[in-house]
Ligand binder design. Structure first.
Ligand SMILES: CC(C)(COP(=O)([O-])OP(=O)([O-])OC[C@H]1O[C@@H](n2cnc3c(N)ncnc32)[C@H](O)[C@@H]1OP(=O)([O-])[O-])[C@@H](O)C(=O)NCCC(=O)NCCSC(=O)C[C@@](C)(O)CC(=O)[O-]
Length: 300
């Protein structure tokens, strides 16, 4: 299949990228990061997570983030909402899009959201219903699509089953998470083929972590299959609190460089994005995990 003409990036740095940071990051820094990403041309930014502050303390200022945003026209600012409580709080914060998150692994589901896969899907039904009433779009995530930190291999048929359930429930898009970054291109392609048998390819997104350095190769493989939405995190920030050793998402700068090199449009200004990666990593004292970001910064 030919590559898509354009790809939509979903920037998850302010949420997935920061959620695991042990030291509190100020709301002002989060807001500046989100705004800089908008200036760089990102049109979908996952800004916050309405989860329990006991489980993920770094996201405790979700309301302040959501209400403090300098909303740029044309930019969607979304948030994670695992249940009705989270959704109601997000709606009060003026959210225009939310995401529910399930897993293809029972053990990960228990560790991450404290319930089974079936219970999570049942919990999402009223979230979808309430979001529909409020005219808010819902995205769905499936974690552990290419491996689980507790169970190892995950059957592509299980990923397909959970993805289909989220799609049928009303999620406009399902993002496939290689939570621990163990995937390889062949596995990624096989998994995607299995999922796309049950739901349209243009409703799927790739959300790959780069723990084993395979994320760009995996993205190339799924782009060839027809994926046109990619989640990424500026400077490769991140790691999942319930997947020990998992490193960040694939770096947004590296994805943009790859896509532009393939002649695929993103609407993103790479230099501004790279400056944002340099700024946030310096501000929070983290290494910049984007090779492109580091190379551009070194060039001056
Ligand atoms: C899902 C829950 C809330 C269930 O948590 P629970 O403990 O089973 O829920 P509960 O209903 O029994 O409530 C327990 C307490 O949490 C409170 N509570 C309940 N819900 C909320 C809420 N929405 N916001 C704020 N507080 C909440 C509730 O009010 C109560 O407070 P208490 O009475 O003890 O003071 C919990 O397990 C949780 O917050 N987990 C965090 C999960 C998380 O954020 N994980 C990281 C994001 S997922 C991810 O990174 C993967 C992804 C998406 O990026 C894709 C990939 O890479 O794979």
């Amino acid at each position: 299949m030919p590559f898509p003409q354009s790809v939509r990036l979903v920037e998850v740095g302010p949420r997935d990228g920061l959620q695991n940071e042990p030291e509190p990051i100020s709301t002002a820094t989060k807001l500046e990061l989100i705004d800089r990403l908008g200036v760089a041309g990102l049109r979908h930014i996952e800004a916050a997570s309405f989860v329990s502050p006991k489980w993920v303390p770094q996201m405790a200022d979700h309301r302040e983030v959501m209400t403090g945003l300098a909303r740029r026209p044309g930019v969607v600012y979304s948030a994670l909402t695992p249940n009705l409580k989270g959704l109601e709080a997000a709606l009060e914060g003026g959210v225009e899009e939310v995401a529910v998150f399930a897993a293809a692994s029972e053990s990960f589901s228990q560790k991450n959201i404290n319930c089974s896969i079936a219970e999570s899907l049942a919990r999402f039904e009223p979230v979808l219903e309430r979001a529909r009433q409020a005219d808010v779009r819902v995205r769905g995530y499936v974690s552990c699509v290419l491996g689980c930190p507790y169970e190892g291999e995950i059957a592509p048929s299980k990923v397909a089953e959970v993805s289909k359930a989220l799609h049928e429930m009303g999620c406009y898009e399902v993002s496939l998470g290689d939570t621990i970054g163990t995937g390889t291109p062949l596995k990624a392609r096989r998994m995607l083929e299995s999922v796309a048998r049950d739901m349209p390819m243009d409703r799927l997104a790739a959300h790959f972590h780069d723990t084993y350095g395979q994320a760009l190769a995996n993205l190339y493989a799924v782009l060839e299959e027809g994926i046109a939405v990619i989640d990424s995190s500026v400077a490769g920030l991140g790691g999942c609190p319930y997947a020990r050793g998992a490193s960040g998402n694939v770096a947004s700068e590296d994805v943009v460089y790859l896509l532009h090199g393939l002649g695929i449009e993103t609407g993103i200004d790479l230099e501004t994005l790279a400056d944002t990666g340099t700024w946030i990593t310096r501000t929070i004292g983290r290494p910049n995990r984007s090779k492109v970001g580091v190379a551009l910064a070194a060039r001056g």
